[in-house]
Design a protein around this ligand. Structure first.
Ligand SMILES: Cc1ncc(COP(=O)(O)O)c(C=O)c1O
Length: 506
């Protein structure tokens, strides 16, 4: 073992520091430096159980403080930001190195920024991002390289700086999960769920050029964006109070437009209420309305739940006549960069593929350059967690969501939780500051908490006690009342003064 502090570049010092931090988490790490710029690494890949708390101990903040930005003078230049409050706009401008800047140094700005992010993580309840992962530490050295997977993942590049081998491994894993044979599917790692939807709906339109797009009004906005981009005729389908597609409305609209093929967006976990459209019921309705398999295309938008439902029941399966499935990789699994996975049938893809001489490849993707890092992050997470790890995450999230729902109910607060969902919909907190502090998403008089893998009971307890306390202040004068959300989440779930149900257990 050589003295890394004197012989390595800053970059390697950083890497080594991260690895040394990991000694707490991995049984054994041996770093051997042979030359100044090369090393070998032995690591017993057996992570000790991770908890959000232990992960927090190796956050960028601690790295930043100690090594990453050694020149920073924290005491002098630190701008106070409280973790409990929304982060302030840093009002930045690009600095000119030749000029003497009076303000804080680059390092100081970054350290403060990392510091704020690290604190705000504990108040990240409203959006579906899994921010607890440990792969950034092991994978940080990859940031030295520009990895670009442009073109078809299954064709080799003329440049070596890609990660298509990792990409195909990830795609194979998802193909197996969603029950389609290796030689029957095509797919790629996208930039996120939106790109997957744009791709899936485009495939539908290319296969059925005069098809009408059917999507429920609770579908993600990217679905309607696709309809506008592709200038497709579309029908918005009503939803039930729980956010699920209203099948009688779908049936009526399919019958009305029987002369045109149907391209249906099925949402497996709606954005706001976490409702699951029932693929089997939709297939049944198509059949009853006289749509043969060559006259419909089904795209499944499973952005959040595509990695959850297979561990509960396999509703997503290419054994059914569906055309494509997409997920967001940064949601349930977690990844520092937005990403996603799109899988479709190989037989469909020729409709989109074009030969591109410049990249010596065939392209059927939406983007040009594609992030080569994200497939490695996905591959690493899937390999480290495995099916059993994911299954545990799903169970913990479902249990915690139920825990929060019960606590809200007992406190007499309007709340709804769909079956198989981790999205707890509640009355909109009255105070905007509260909404911002907890980074909640609100629609009408509703807000939601998404109980993602890193959300602990402690965080939920903190949220609850603050909410209960604040409500006493908001509604103390007897003139202002909690909103009525009976229409949006169902009268039985609404605890407003009109619908009041005695939730308090005896
Ligand atoms: C159901 C659904 N589809 C698509 C998306 C878009 O995913 P992304 O943000 O990865 O583009 C979301 C995002 O929340 C979503 O909830």
């Amino acid at each position: 073992m050589q003295d890394i502090s004197t012989k390595c570049t800053q970059q390697y010092k950083y890497f080594c520091f991260i690895l040394s931090k990991q000694k707490t988490y991995y049984k054994n790490i041996n770093l051997n430096f042979t030359r100044m710029d090369s090393f070998s690494l032995e690591m017993d890949f057996e992570p000790s159980p991770m908890t959000p708390r232990s992960l927090a101990a190796m956050t960028p903040r601690s790295l930043a403080r100690r090594r990453l930005f050694p020149n920073v003078d924290n005491k002098k230049q630190k701008v106070e930001q409280s973790g409990a409050g929304p982060r302030k706009n840093l009002q930045l401008e690009v600095m000119e190195p030749a000029l003497n800047n009076d303000g804080p140094s680059l390092d100081t700005i970054l350290v403060n920024y990392l510091d704020t992010l690290t604190q705000r993580v504990n108040y990240h309840l409203g959006y579906p991002v899994n921010i607890y992962y440990d792969h950034y530490a092991s994978l940080a050295p990859l940031l030295q390289f520009h990895l670009n997977n442009c073109g078809d993942p299954f064709l080799q590049n003329t440049v070596d700086f890609h990660s298509k081998d990792f990409e195909v491994a990830v795609l194979d894993w998802f193909a197996k999960l969603w029950e389609i044979e290796k030689d029957q599917y095509w797919g790629y790692v996208t930039n996120g769920g939106t790109e997957g939807n744009l791709h899936g709906i485009l495939l539908g339109r290319e296969l059925l050029p005069d098809g009408i797009l059917y999507a429920s009004k609770d579908s993600h906005y990217s679905v309607f964006k696709a309809a506008r981009m592709y200038r497709m005729d579309s029908e918005t389908i009503n939803t039930s109070v729980n956010g699920e597609m209203d099948y009688s409305d779908l049936r009526a609209k399919l019958i009305q437009n029987k002369d045109k093929p149907a391209i249906i967006n099925v949402t497996i976990g709606t954005t706001f209420k976490g409702a699951i459209d029932d693929v089997d019921t939709i297939l049944e309705i198509l059949k009853e309305c006289g749509y043969s398999q060559d006259r419909f295309y089904i795209h499944c938008d499973a952005a959040l739940c595509g990695l959850m439902t297979p561990f509960i029941n396999n509703m997503i399966s290419f054994k059914k006549p569906i055309g494509s499935v997409t997920i967001s990789g940064h949601k349930f699994l977690g990844c520092p960069m937005p990403c996603g996975v799109q899988i479709t049938r190989k037989s469909y893809i020729n409709n989109l593929s074009t030969n591109v001489e410049y990249i010596a490849s065939v392209d059927a993707t939406i983007s040009g350059s594609r992030n080569g890092l994200t497939p490695i992050f996905l591959w690493y997470s899937l390999s480290a967690k495995g099916q059993i790890g994911l299954q545990k995450d799903v169970k913990r999230c479902l249990d915690n969501a139920k825990y929060l729902k019960d606590r809200l109910q007992k406190a007499g607060i309007s709340v709804m939780l769909n079956e198989l969902s981790i999205i707890v919909v509640l009355e909109r907190p009255r105070d905007h500051e509260f909404v911002r502090r907890w980074q909640l998403s609100c629609v009408k008089d509703m807000a939601h908490v998404i109980v993602m893998p890193g959300i602990t009971r402690e965080m939920l307890d903190n949220f609850m006690s603050e909410l209960v306390q604040q409500r006493k202040v908001w509604y103390q004068n007897g003139k202002t009342y909690p909103p009525c959300v009976g229409e949006d989440i169902g009268a039985q779930n609404c605890a407003c003064s009109y619908h009041k149900i005695d939730y308090i257990t005896p």
